[in-house]
Design a binder for this molecule. Structure first.
Ligand code: EPZ
Length: 428
């Protein structure tokens, strides 16, 4: 298993190109199932999860063709997908267990084929992550759901969903996405209330409309979908990754540096940039993104994660790492997932002073971070360890970086380019 070695203490300065958004790509890819036409997705990030999703779609009979430079190249990656012959409507356990986002084939497969069987995704490091809301939303749109032998089987009586209304008791990104992809081919109208409003949902709606879907209320928590007879393929570019951009902004913060986030979309990141500004970083809009500069000691913050437009849970670990060097005591509250502090014990081993009480954490700063061998546990926790390594005295080795490869394209190249001493060590 590869690890990443960093010698900390360098002030980072320069420009980082932001890649396409992982959490958008993973919901745009299954849209290929909704049509026999060709769907070409541009600005696809080179990530393990995107590759895994492509393999899952191949299993279902979707042909995929990738163009753009190989891994490591700067050229934008494009994938053309075509689901003219669905070979199977079953997403098997051994594929779903590797990537829980596989559950996002449930809705589109059901809409296109009238049935869909997906292995139940297990929990993961950050929490139990049930899919009850996905299933309730699909039932409201007309699906009949059966759970057996670790699989969920959804059927549309008569082969086509009726459409219907559903109000989400808890905001759920994935459940909103599955419901949207099912409703677009239903017979009638569907209305979703308390739908997730993350920018990735907007990206999905924009793609579906480009394919011929009829959706009103895009960007709001009330989505109205009028089902259509069929959808066509199209060309569509994935939105930039707001969490990748926010993560590298924290790299500027923790090293007292200045990084231009090329291609970042400011309107997706207001809660993130508000947090950075409150901590004392300077945010300047540039022609195609923003520059984030930390030219004075950081101020402590009080942050509570929330669904969009609140502070994103996917940025909690990265802000926690940055706040270990702030001058004072910060308070964080993780309201979305029940176990998203796996980075804390590892940050403590690097000298951070953090207390966890249930879903709250108190970060005492400034800490003098020292390099250590640390273990990655989940995607965003891994990034918080990289960030701490960039500021720590001496050498840090982050093990199990396959977690990072799921969500950060060419991380060591991008950080080297702004002055970090960082290398990937292959364990053979
Ligand atoms: C998406 O996960 C993202 N993943 C996550 O990013 C992100 O943290 C999360 O949304 C919240 O923003 C992708 O888009 C691939 P949810 P998702 O359904 O859809 C509960 C990363 O690091 N819930 O919005 O699984 C759930 O347990 C990843 O990039 C139910 O109770 O998240 C959680 O407490 C991590 N029942 C809350 O809702 C359900 O049926 C929000 O989960 C579904 C969810």
């Amino acid at each position: 298993m590869d690890s990443i070695r960093i010698t900390g203490g360098k002030r980072l300065e320069g420009k980082i190109p932001i890649s396409g958004a992982k959490n958008s790509a993973l919901t745009l890819l299954p849209c290929a199932l909704l049509t026999a036409g060709k769907l070409t997705l541009g600005n696809l990030p080179r990530l393990a999860d995107v590759d895994s999703f492509g393999h899952l779609l191949n299993e279902l009979g979707v042909s995929t063709k990738v163009s753009g430079a190989k891994r490591g190249g700067g050229a934008k990656r494009r994938m053309t997908l075509q689901a003219d012959e669905i070979a199977s409507t079953v997403a098997p356990y051994d594929m779903v267990r590797k990537m829980r986002a596989s559950i996002l084939v449930l809705g589109p497969m059901l809409a296109r084929m009238g049935e869909s069987t997906v292995s139940l995704p297990g929990g993961c490091a950050i929490g139990d992550r049930p899919i009850d809301l996905h299933l309730k939303a699909l039932e409201a749109i007309g699906a009949e759901i059966e759970l057996a032998a670790g699989y969920v089987k959804a059927v549309a009586p008569g082969g086509r969903l009726s459409g219907g209304d559903f109000s989400f008791p808890v905001v759920s990104v994935g459940a909103t996405e599955n419901a949207l992809m099912a409703a677009v081919l239903a017979k009638g109208r569907s209305e979703l209330f308390n739908a997730a409003r993350e920018p990735e949902i907007g990206d999905l709606c924009n793609l579906l409309v480009a394919m011929g879907a009829r959706i009103a209320g895009i960007g709001s928590a009330h989505l109205v979908i009028d089902g259509v007879e069929g959808l066509d393929g199209c060309d569509y570019d994935v939105m930039p990754d707001r969490i990748e951009a926010g993560s590298y902004a924290c790299a500027a913060g923790i090293t007292g540096g200045s990084i231009e986030l090329a291609g970042a979309r400011p309107e997706d990141m207001l809660a993130i940039t508000n947090g950075l500004a409150a901590a004392g970083l300077m945010i300047e809009m540039t022609g195609d993104g923003m520059r984030v500069t930390a030219d004075k000691p950081l101020r402590p913050l009080a942050i509570s994660t929330a669904p969009f437009p609140g502070f994103p849970t996917d940025m909690q670990a990265q802000f926690m790492a940055m706040l270990t060097v702030a001058e004072g005591q910060s308070f964080l509250e993780e309201t979305i997932f029940e176990n998203r502090y796996m980075h804390v014990p590892e940050l403590r081993r690097m000298g951070a002073e953090i207390e966890v009480h249930g879903r709250s954490a108190i970060v005492k700063g400034p800490s003098r971070l020292t390099g250590a061998q640390v273990m990655a546990t989940d995607l965003r926790a891994s990034m918080s360890l990289i960030l701490a390594g960039l500021a720590a005295e001496g050498e840090t080795e982050v093990m199990r970086v396959y977690h990072l490869d799921r969500g950060y394209e060419r991380l060591e190249d991008k950080l080297s380019a702004v002055g970090a001493t960082i290398e990937r060590v292959s364990a053979g």
